[in-house]
Design a protein around this ligand. Structure first.
Ligand SMILES: *[C@@H]1O[C@H](CO)[C@@H](O)[C@H](O)[C@H]1NC(C)=O
Length: 448
């Protein structure tokens, strides 16, 4: 069986967690990284090391030959599923699986579920995989460290602290807001979650609880989805950590003891590592923007964009263009999506500022491309401003993304139903989500 913690839904977040007993980190990565690569719990909260999904230092790296076009295709599927999520309202309470149907589950049988489960109709969720950051965590007693689904999968029978969750437990009802699919109930009264992703990836399995190991500390009765049938683009990670605002996310399960806030720095593919911390943070270093409320989905994180400047000059669009769509901040989306008018103005302004650099043909969803690499071309200063005065001053690596060894493209695209601040633009900034005070803060220079 595979451990797949629930909420992949996350707007923000989703950091892929773990699978096999720890594999050696490549020589390319320092011993420092190795030592820091495990959860660490102290007076200020829980601290995890994050790796870029393409970093050679990642314990679950994507294949080195994965073309960037695959990343973009996947990113587009994630956007489609986020849009579908926003269009969907959560439905109803747990439903009993029909005893006579082939969908019935029985957790006492062998780990492999009936193949017919693949036909369970699922609502849209969030696409997972190639855009997500990677960390490690321990699950079960004795704790096994998970990062990558390549060796033995999590075996509940080997954990003395494992338990499945019954259909009548309140956490089973909480699945509806977490996955946007109603829970199901097995013949033996075990709660069954169903999570699906825009690109037809999905995961079905038992809502479970076990001890999660966080450095020197541990937390009993941590709720997660133990995936029985996981299909599609889950990459080589063994699970997903959710940080959304719903009761089953890792954030909400840890918050009563650590506090309702988390912060991260997403590293680039070449920088060694970043972090994810849950708990208190140093408030002084950040510039803040209020979390916006949205009736669309109260578990995602919405903010309000107010303007973009290129080489110090505001784009030639009306102020209202920036708020023509709701704006989500999401660590699992690679390319930022902007309202169409804002995107066109940005593309034009960047192309004008880079007219000394030979252009290159469009690449997949990216239509503003140049010959060269982000680290070599002369890119204009671009700033994104948010309500309350928080600003992301983008470096060339946050503005442009290298799509092959000779081409770099503007890492933005037009939005559909929601604008999304993606991870290329957030890389190397510290970003704090103060869920208690309803604000998000940015600070430069976050990954050491
Ligand atoms: C806890 O650990 C983090 C990360 O290692 C460190 O930055 C922080 O200063 C520590 N806080 C305390 C109170 O020890």
């Amino acid at each position: 069986m595979e451990m797949a913690s629930l909420l992949r839904l996350v707007a923000l977040s989703l950091l892929l967690a773990v699978a096999t007993p720890v594999r050696d980190i490549t020589d390319a990565c320092s011993s420092q990284v190795k030592a820091a690569d495990f959860p660490h719990l102290n007076g200020s909260g829980l601290h995890l090391t994050l790796h870029h999904p393409r970093s050679p230092c990642s314990p679950a790296p994507l294949p080195a030959d994965l073309p960037f076009s695959a990343v973009l295709t996947h990113d587009d599927a994630r956007i489609a599923s986020l849009a579908a999520r926003l269009a969907k309202t959560p439905s109803s309470r747990p439903t009993a699986l029909d005893e006579s149907s082939s969908l019935a589950l029985d957790e006492s049988s062998s780990p492999a579920l009936d193949e017919s489960l693949a036909s369970v109709p699922l609502g849209p969720g969030t696409s997972v995989g190639v855009g997500n950051y990677v960390t490690r965590m321990g699950l079960g007693t004795p704790a096994k460290s998970y990062v990558r689904q390549a060796g033995p999968v999590f075996n509940p029978k080997a954990s003395s602290s494992y338990a499945s969750v019954s259909c009548s437990a309140p956490q089973c009802s909480d699945l509806t807001s977490a996955t946007l699919n109603p829970a199901a109930c097995s013949r033996s009264n075990v709660c069954v979650y169903q999570a699906s992703y825009g690109d037809s990836s999905f995961s079905v399995g038992y809502l479970s609880k076990d001890t999660v190991t966080l450095g020197s500390g541990s937390m009993p009765n941590f709720y997660y989805g133990c995936g029985q049938d996981n299909e599609g683009l889950f990459g080589r990670s063994a699970g997903l950590i959710g940080l959304a605002r719903n009761k089953l996310s890792l954030l909400y399960q840890l918050a009563p003891s650590l506090g309702y806030s988390f912060s991260y720095c997403l590293p680039t593919s070449s920088s060694s590592s970043g972090y994810l911390s849950i708990g208190s943070y140093n408030p002084g270093q950040y510039a803040y923007t209020p979390m916006a409320s949205s009736s669309l989905d109260d578990s995602l994180y919405f903010i309000k964009m107010t303007g973009i400047t290129v080489a110090g000059r505001p784009l030639s669009v009306s102020k209202s263009a920036y708020s023509s769509l709701p704006t989500i901040i999401d660590s699992g989306t690679v390319i930022t999506r902007l309202p169409t008018g804002v995107y066109s103005a940005l593309s034009k302004a960047v192309a004008a500022a880079m007219k000394g650099t030979p252009s290159a043909p469009a690449f997949s969803i990216l239509d503003t491309c140049f010959q060269g690499q982000a680290s070599q071309v002369r890119a204009p200063a671009v700033s994104m401003a948010f309500a309350g005065g928080a600003v992301l001053k983008l470096a060339a690596r946050n503005l442009l993304v290298d799509v092959d060894s000779a081409t770099t493209c503007l890492a933005f695209a037009p939005a559909r139903s929601a604008a999304i601040i993606g991870n290329t633009q957030q890389q190397t900034f510290s970003v704090v989500y103060d869920v208690k005070s309803n604000k998000i803060g940015f600070a430069a220079g976050g990954c050491s």
